[in-house]
Design a protein around this ligand. Structure first.
Ligand code: SF4
Ligand code: SF4
Length: 321
């Protein structure tokens, strides 16, 4: 608990989001190695033992076991972060557009059908938006949040993140209380404004933060949208952060959803007081060309190229934290 409190209180939290639905253990070990080597001090993974172990292995390879906090993500059924793409091959006309846009390389052709590698799919919906035939839908394939946590309670975790984007307040609060009943460590609330009015979001958050746990809010501007490194992409998360702060939400605040190297600078320009930045899509994208290789851990050049790309991102964010 002290490790994560120190990171957040220091106001320089750099959190790598591997993806709440990312179950590609090889990728997670590499991402954790690269970003903890580059100075990221929190790694966020799906709440499953094998995935957590992959992240721990990557952090250990980097020699950062004492400096890097581990966060596991659980979520409501209606929250996009824990969904997977499902293809209806009757509607599909094999145009291949979904394959070319998938950032995770999770779609492939076999037996003249489009299939989804569920371990790689992070539920980002990019393929769904690309398909003109409406042949792809997203489905939640996980247990209830508190039930996902139970096998992990004896593991080395520093924080549990609850993805709770929903229009159903009762469902959010009920799931939150169940998490509180089994976990007394640091909790992160990852919420966005897609399904609720600003007033409703503030009212729900105020009900949730009144616990004895240390609480961090991850203000998710536009979930899983950080593909570009510009101010426009990161505008929504800074605006959401400002809304929370101006409503006197006085807990640790992290920005996510469209985050990139410009996020902390924009937050500073807007006088939004944050404790750190969480980066998923953009962070994964910039190291992908280096970590895809099977011999990554044996290849010094690839390792250095990946760490340098991650370090440049870290430096740009830290400059304004
Ligand atoms: S984009 Fe739609 S129609 Fe095209 S291959 Fe993918 S699922 Fe099939
Ligand atoms: S585009 Fe996103 S939702 Fe679709 S298969 Fe790839 S990772 Fe999954």
């Amino acid at each position: 608990m002290e490790k994560i409190k120190n990171i957040l209180a220091g106001g320089k939290c750099l959190k790598l989001v591997c993806g709440a639905g990312n179950e590609d253990v090889k990728e997670i070990e590499k991402l954790s190695y690269v970003y903890s080597s580059a100075g990221f001090n929190m790694i966020d993974v799906s709440a499953k033992n094998d995935i957590l172990n992959a992240a721990i292995s990557g952090i250990k390879r980097a020699g950062q076991g004492n400096n890097t906090a581990l966060c596991v993500s659980v979520g409501l059924q209606e929250d996009i972060h824990l969904t997977k793409a499902v293809v209806n091959n009757i509607k599909c006309e094999m145009c291949g557009n979904c394959i070319s846009v998938c950032p995770q390389g999770a779609l492939f052709i076999e037996d003249n059908k489009i299939l989804v590698d569920e371990k790689k799919c992070i539920g980002c919906s990019i393929c769904i938006n690309q398909c003109k035939n409406e042949a792809i839908v997203s489905e939640h394939k996980y247990k209830a949040p508190y039930a996902m946590l139970l096998p992990l309670l004896s593991e080395q975790i520093d924080c549990v993140e609850f993805h709770c984007s929903s229009s159903n307040e009762e469902h959010i609060i009920d799931s939150w209380n169940k998490i509180l009943s089994v976990y007394n460590g640091c909790l992160s609330i990852c919420i966005d404004r897609a399904k609720l009015s600003d007033d409703k979001v503030i009212s729900i958050v105020k009900k949730m933060i009144n616990t004895k746990n240390d609480i961090m809010i991850q203000a998710d501007g536009k979930p899983m949208s950080g593909n570009s490194d510009d101010y426009k992409s990161t505008l929504q998360t800074v605006a959401f952060g400002e809304l929370l702060r101006s409503n006197k939400i006085d807990v640790f605040l992290i920005l996510s959803g469209g985050t990139n190297s410009k996020t902390s600078q924009l937050a500073k320009m807007c006088n939004v007081n944050i404790n750190g930045v969480a980066i998923g899509s953009y962070a994964r994208k910039i190291v992908k060309p280096f970590i895809n290789s099977d011999d990554f851990f044996e290849n010094q050049t690839l390792k250095m190229q990946a760490i340098n790309a991650a370090k440049e991102l870290a430096d740009n964010i830290l400059k304004y934290l």
